[in-house]
Design a protein around this ligand. Structure first.
Ligand code: NAP
Length: 493
């Protein structure tokens, strides 16, 4: 690969040199049919670190041809064999933690410790679905009129397309691939063009784990629609699972209507985080910090609005601001860095625009509020108070290290404000009153709620949203349902 590696350490160069940058089509590594490539940048330095193949529509259709063959190959495997492939994949991911984490940090910018956390989180989906692969059930019963037997069985949906975002380069694909393999579905993955390297490495590990080669394709591309359009129009594709923005998700749902494709949508969020007067201050500050700063705020689960009851507000703001101001900002590979770079110029510009808008309308900057340095795409950990009703960041996903704080008086007011958004992915609340905790959690309009916890994503639990945050669930026993069809067989006794 042609890269500018002058600013990279020898370990970083070694890890990058170990990634196959061609397309993976039905288990074979190939250059793009058009011969093109696209650059991958280190957002901490703005320097090109790799070039990956730029897939065309022809490559997409070749991947679908392979997936159809992959369906038959997977059908020949027993549930236990699929389970063993998943278990092996989990072990291989764990064994390659350092390499995967380094790739992730180089292409996304987050600190190495966070990247290692994502590697463990990604591996856990393969571990979890290794168990589910041998456990999904059918049913047999006497028909209601007594004339025969009703058998209900589960079958794989079929060839599946996964389109994933840049913010969790491993985990967003792992959440789809693992249940698909457990159910027996072949997969085509289109990772985000900003962060394709980690997924390409995962492709190698899946093959090493023994996945039938035809059952996996990974297509990196400049034009996402050059991949998705021909596939969504082809009746051989049976499933689309998308993680990304609501705007793109809506377009894909419309495009999938012609073939009545089964669709799962994991879309944007605008998470409220409520702190009641009776909360444990330290637990609330730490929880809010985790909920805000995981992945540098570049997460759909990121606390986008922090709503604090008036009695605890002064102490919360003081302690939370001190916690945010103490973060060391720098390249994710450096020791002790708590916040790396944002993913690109657009992202850092959008964060700056939202903060400037809030400040122009009257918000006060308690800490941060500006870009850091001239090289790379860094933005300071920021706390805003006195944020007015019409500030754009209360309605739009910030996707960065910015915490807007608002004060409320009553529970009713807090719940109404929390639900005043088109999104419904996740909400958080902090209280020591368990009755209040359950009552407020029931009234919050979101697919997930964290009670006295700032991070709740886990492979053993159903992740997903309501309203404009999409539909479908990833993880938990529910996660495999997205990849199974129900078949009913009727027979006389
Ligand atoms: P995005 O712009 O919607 O892109 C997501 C993926 O869709 C990328 O692979 C992108 O390809 C592709 N894409 C873009 N336009 C497309 C089109 N017209 N047709 C087909 N594919 C298209 O989102 P993002 O900026 O990468 O990610 C951030 C968003 O993801 C946020 O809104 C965040 O909340 C959401 N998210 C949701 C979850 C969840 O589980 N609910 C998890 C993580 C992130 P390119 O790379 O070429 O643009």
């Amino acid at each position: 690969m042609t890269t500018t590696t002058a600013s990279l350490s020898s370990r970083e160069q070694e890890v990058l040199a170990g990634v196959k940058t061609d397309l993976l089509i039905g288990g074979e590594w190939r250059a793009a049919s058009g011969g093109g490539t696209l650059p991958v940048e280190d957002p901490a330095t703005g320097i090109e670190i790799a070039r990956v193949a730029d897939a065309t529509s022809d490559d997409a259709l070749a991947a679908l041809d392979a997936a159809v063959r992959g369906q038959a190959a997977l059908a020949e495997l027993s549930p236990r064999q699929r389970s063993e492939i998943l278990q092996k994949t989990s072990e291989l991911i764990t064994a390659h933690t350092d390499e995967l984490a380094m790739l992730m940090t180089l292409e996304l910018g987050k600190p190495l410790a966070e990247s290692k956390g994502e590697v463990a989180y990604g591996a856990s989906f393969f571990w979890w679905f290794a168990g589910e692969a041998v456990r999904f059930k059918g049913e047999s019963r006497q028909s209601a009129d007594g004339s025969g037997r009703t058998l209900v069985s589960r079958q794989p949906v079929g060839p599946s397309l996964f389109i994933t975002p840049w913010n969790f380069p491993l985990a967003m694909g792992a959440r789809k691939l693992a249940p698909a393999i457990a159910a027996g579905c072949p997969s085509i993955v289109k990772p985000a063009k900003l962060t394709p390297l980690t997924m390409l490495k995962l492709g190698e590990l899946l093959l090493e784990a023994g996945l039938p080669p035809e059952a996996i394709s990974i297509l990196t591309a400049t034009s996402a629609s050059a991949i998705s359009s021909p596939l969504l129009a082809d009746r051989r594709l049976r499933k689309l699972s998308f993680t990304g923005s609501t705007e793109v998700g809506q377009k894909l749902v419309a495009a999938a209507a012609d073939t009545l494709l089964r669709v799962s949508m994991e879309l944007g969020g605008n998470a409220p985080l409520l702190v009641f007067d009776d909360a444990d201050l330290d637990v609330a500050v730490e929880g809010a910090f985790q909920a805000k700063m995981r992945n540098g705020g570049e997460a759909c689960t990121s606390a986008n609005r922090i709503l604090v009851q008036s009695g605890i507000a002064p102490a919360f703001i003081e302690k939370f601001t001190a916690r945010m101001a103490a973060i060391k900002v720098g390249r994710g590979t450096e020791e002790g860095v708590g916040l790396g770079s944002m993913v690109d110029q657009d992202q850092v510009d959008k964060i700056g625009e939202l903060v400037d808008d809030a400040v122009a309308k009257g918000a006060k900057v308690a800490t941060g509020g500006e870009r850091v340095g001239e090289t790379g795409y860094f933005y300071a950990p920021t706390v805003l108070t006195d944020v007015p009703d019409d500030a754009r960041l209360l309605k739009e996903e910030i996707f960065g290290p910015v915490a807007p704080i608002r004060i409320f008086e009553t529970e009713e007011q807090a719940v109404a404000e929390a639900n005043d958004t088109e999104y419904g992915l996740i909400s958080y609340l902090f209280t020591t009153d368990l009755a209040r905790g359950h009552r407020v959690a029931a009234n919050l309009d979101s697919g997930m709620v964290g009670l006295n916890r700032g991070v709740i994503s886990s492979s053993d639990a159903p992740f997903g949203g309501v309203k404009h945050s999409g539909y479908g669930r990833e993880g938990g026993a529910e996660g495999i349902e997205e990849y199974l069809e129900t078949k009913y067989l009727s027979m006389p006794f």
